[in-house]
Design a binder for this molecule. Structure first.
Ligand code: DOR
Ligand code: ZN
Length: 362
């Protein structure tokens, strides 16, 4: 048995308000606890998006009554809400800007729309960028010009990790995260192991849709080789139902919050990373980057020798599937204590909806 601190996932799509048939604050936080995650930062591309005080209240109201682990909520950057977003910074996890296409309609194309956000949002919190490839380079240029921190979400490409390395070496305030699916899966076709054959079962290949897309083997290798450049492991937990994933118009996104730790522990058992990498990238660094409080009397007990298969039927997300179906992993969360209370034990969630606290309420 090993005892870890509670893990932080700084990139989670909760789907509430608006799309609770996919997930809600209750199911996502159950999934978090069962995965050893005791704090989540929620993304703003809900319905409606979190753009102002009233939509922030909507999300935080649902969270207050339903969340079982601790949390904070991002504000979304819109074309004309930079003053409002900055005024709500204290109550938020940070500002999220969508600069490339993905699920939802929050993309800001014109760079002149980025400027007021970079100028106005307080510098003690990062601006989180969904920015891929050359858009990411533009985002890093903005960080340099405005001399403020940016955090690049879900990097997936060799060129991205290499540019972030170069930017860090020059003192630009950039941090980044990588998701388990970009570390453990490569793009199809071909679709050899380690892909689960079940994952490709969907009619149109919609289960494989995710943004950023799965990358090449060379990209994946570059991420593993540059782990020192990567500040955080984050899931981008993006639940959509199987019916949606197998439809004509499959939305991009994978669930992941309950499988990240078993996957990483398996990599630890194989000697690919160390447990210290996991703690640095899922506790120390996210806490520093997002200015998050410590959670007293909070820990995760893990049976590092437990070998088993991942099955969606055992997971707590409402979406009902996982891209890692049938994967053999080593390392099981057996017990989670959150702020002095047993929150999860032997497969059972033991804290009620509403036990979770907003970490931005002081
Ligand atoms: O695949 C993705 N799904 N990437 C994103 O950036 C958004 C997410 C979602 O909200 O479904
Ligand atoms: Zn996301």
């Amino acid at each position: 048995m090993i005892r870890l601190p509670g893990l932080i996932d700084p990139h989670v799509h909760v789907r509430e308000p608006g799309q609770t048939h996919k997930e809600d604050w209750d199911t996502v936080t159950q999934s978090a606890l069962a995965g050893g995650v005791t704090m989540i930062l929620a993304m703003p591309n809900t319905k409606p998006p979190i753009f102002d005080a009233s939509t922030l209240d909507l999300a935080l109201g649902a969270a207050k009554s339903k969340a079982r682990c601790d949390y904070a909520q991002f504000i979304g950057a819109g074309p004309d809400n930079s003053d409002i977003a900055a005024s709500l910074a204290d109550k938020s996890a940070g500002l999220k800007m969508y600069l490339d296409s993905t699920f939802g309609e929050l993309r800001l194309d014109d760079m002149s729309l980025w400027m007021p956000h970079f100028a106005n949002f307080p510098k003690d919190l990062p601006i989180v960028l969904h920015s891929e490839s050359r858009t990411m380079a533009a985002g890093i240029l903005f960080a340099a010009i405005y001399d403020r921190p940016v955090h690049i979400a879900h990097i997936s490409l060799k060129e991205e990790v290499l540019l972030i390395k170069a930017a860090k070496e020059r003192g630009i305030k950039v941090t980044c995260e990588v998701c388990p699916h970009h570390l453990f899966l490569t793009q199809p076709p071909p679709n050899p192991p380690p892909f689960s054959p079940k994952m490709g079962e969907g009619k149109g290949g919609g289960r494989l849709e995710v943004r950023p897309r799965l990358a090449t083997k060379e990209d994946v290798e570059a991420l593993w080789q540059n782990l020192d450049v990567i500040d955080c492991f984050a899931t981008d937990h993006a639940p959509h139902t199987l019916a949606e994933k197998d439809s004509e118009n499959p939305p991009p996104g994978f669930p992941g919050i309950e499988t990240i730790l078993p996957l990483l522990l398996t990599a630890v058992s194989e000697g690919r990373i160390t447990i210290n990498h996991v703690l640095e990238k899922m506790v120390t660094n996210p806490r520093r980057i997002f200015n998050l409080p410590e959670q007293p009397e909070t820990w995760v007990d893990v049976d590092e020798n437990a070998s088993y298969e991942i099955h969606a039927a055992d997971l707590h997300s409402r979406c009902g599937w996982t891209p890692f179906e049938d994967w053999k992993v080593k390392g099981r969360v057996t017990r989670v204590v959150l702020r002095g209370r047993e929150a999860f034990k032997d497969g059972k969630i033991l804290v009620e909806p509403g036990y979770g606290q907003n970490v931005r309420v002081r």
